[in-house]
Design a protein around this ligand. Structure first.
Ligand SMILES: Cc1cc2nc3c(=O)[nH]c(=O)nc-3n(C[C@H](O)[C@H](O)[C@H](O)COP(=O)(O)OP(=O)(O)OC[C@H]3O[C@@H](n4cnc5c(N)ncnc54)[C@H](O)[C@@H]3O)c2cc1C
Length: 402
């Protein structure tokens, strides 16, 4: 039996390794179109590779996947985050967990992961062919015919497709021609551009717990927000971009975003806190007595926007300025015009529809003998190691070849 794995990324390597582990007698050949293997692993997580996330409960885990969610449950029951940690540890790669749950190799170097996968492929006898783009796949009797060029074809018994995401729908034509439905690819995990707004003068300021929502949609997230020199970023914004990937694409990345810098406190709570402060710090200067847990620079910025002079004392605060301050604290509105790629990690939403794939085997429901793994599928997670986890899980399952 000869198995072809197409794609030399995380999902392709994991599929090929799993295939050889489950079927040592099969011939497994991995074809990579470029000259480089595991190139995304190399640059991932800022060169450290965020391998997975310390989220060990499947019900919680699936919530981190805007595309995939419920259907992924079946796949995670076969191979989940704890299996990833164990798999790498058994091969000498220890992972550490950061405060926010992201897991990295203790070496803080993505090369550790690459070395581990390369060693495994070599040890198990997977053949790896670079510079081998597959340009067409045809069904043949009892198998597939892979075409590399006009006069270069290869017959294989089964094939695992791990060719990654494609920003253009045409990138999936060859899989659509075999009968698969394709969900339109659009970017996920990006930051918001807010041009011509002086909030950018606060670049570098992080608000640990803010609430962010998008007007005219139900999109809403809470968490850290980072102000950058082009607009807004940080986990809450990235999550919004992931869960809103399709909606925001339809809005042409032109929308209004609102921020409650106080996170858990609503307008009424903010008003109460200010009333309290008024009593407590009556004669103190407002700029020196901040009743909220937000960065000082942001507090001074919001006071200025509310028309409150730096030297103002709480007793001198006018009702009109106080109302404006409460509004800016709990409902600051920005015009977003465009997006910027988040360089640490970005993915494509869309790809081969999960409706056409058996999530317990990763075999195509419309083309038997063809399996899928990784970002080629309509699966994507939020930032934090969830995208690699999907690649490991689907790769492991696809490689079992059922
Ligand atoms: C800068 C960056 C940083 C990231 N950091 C993280 C992170 O830290 N943690 C995380 O969880 N996720 C991260 N991600 C997302 C993660 O890298 C991807 O989700 C993951 O690499 C997908 O793996 P894959 O194997 O499915 O696809 P890819 O890694 O894209 O691999 C697909 C491979 O298939 C090859 N190929 C394509 N077409 C053909 C063909 N016709 N024939 C043969 N070969 C073909 C491609 O050349 C490519 O090598 C990051 C992404 C980026 C861009």
């Amino acid at each position: 039996m000869e198995i072809a794995v197409l794609g030399g990324g995380a999902a392709g390597f994991f599929s090929a390794i799993s295939c050889k582990q489950h079927h040592p007698d099969y011939k497994v050949v991995l074809y990579e179109k470029s000259t480089k293997l595991l190139s995304k692993v190399k640059v991932s997580g800022g060169g450290r590779c965020n391998v997975t996330h310390a989220c060990y409960n499947i019900s919680q885990l699936v919530k981190r996947y805007p595309r995939g969610e419920k259907l992924l449950r079946k796949s995670f029951e076969i191979f989940k985050t704890t299996d990833t940690v164990k798999w790498f540890e058994e091969r000498g790669v220890k992972l550490k967990t950061e405060e926010d749950g992201r897991m990295f190799p203790v070496t803080d170097n993505s090369q550790t992961i690459i070395d581990c996968l390369m060693n495994e492929v070599e040890k198990l006898g997977v053949l790896v062919k670079t510079d081998s783009p597959v340009i067409e796949i045809e069904r043949s009797k009892n198998g597939f015919l892979l075409r590399f060029s006009e006069d270069n074809e290869k017959k294989v018994d089964k094939v695992i497709i791990a060719t990654g995401g494609s920003p253009k729908p045409e990138g999936f034509n060859w899989l659509a021609e075999l009968g698969h439905r394709i969900e339109k690819p659009v970017p996920s995990l990006f930051t918001f551009n807010i041009p011509n707004n002086d909030i950018t003068s606060l670049m570098g300021v992080v608000v640990e717990n803010a609430e962010v929502w998008i007007e005219k949609t139900k999109l809403n997230q809470q968490g850290p927000v980072l102000i950058t020199h082009w607009g807004l970023s940080g986990p809450a914004v990235l999550k919004l971009s992931a869960f809103g990937a399709r909606t925001l694409n339809e809005m042409n990345y032109n929308f209004k975003v609102h921020v409650n810098w106080l996170g858990d406190l609503n307008e009424e709570n903010a008003r109460d806190k200010i009333e309290e402060e008024l009593k407590l710090s009556n004669l103190k200067k407002i700029n020196n007595t901040k009743p909220f847990e937000i960065p000082n620079r942001l507090w001074l910025y919001l006071l200025d926007k509310s028309g409150i002079k730096e030297e103002t004392r709480w007793s001198e605060l006018k009702k009109e300025n106080r109302n404006r301050l409460i509004n800016f604290l709990t409902n600051y509105e920005f015009d977003v015009k465009g997006k910027t790629t988040f360089k640490e990690e970005f993915v494509t939403c869309g790809g081969v529809s999960l409706a056409d794939v058996n999530m317990q085997t990763m075999e195509s429901k419309v083309c038997s003998g063809m399996y899928f793994a990784g970002e080629v599928l309509d699966i994507d997670g939020i930032t934090g190691g969830f995208n690699f986890q999907a690649a490991w899980t689907t790769g492991f399952i696809a490689g079992r070849i059922r």
